[in-house]
Design a protein around this ligand. Sequence first.
Ligand SMILES: [Zn+2]
Length: 63
Amino acid sequence: MMSKCTICDEQAAEYFVKGTPSGYCKECALDTFADLDMLVKAEQNARALQEHLDLDTNDEDPE
Ligand SMILES: [Zn+2]
């Protein structure tokens, strides 16, 4: 399932601020950040979010 761009709400969100659910299409990402280096593609972000969840789960470990 593709999420829509947070800004224009029309195009598919391709770029994400790593570890957040906020996605932007390429044009809005460039308008907002002027640079795509700090952003990750949707696929990479899904993995980052999953890793973040895994880390949260590990925090429950009493060790
Ligand atoms: Zn957009």
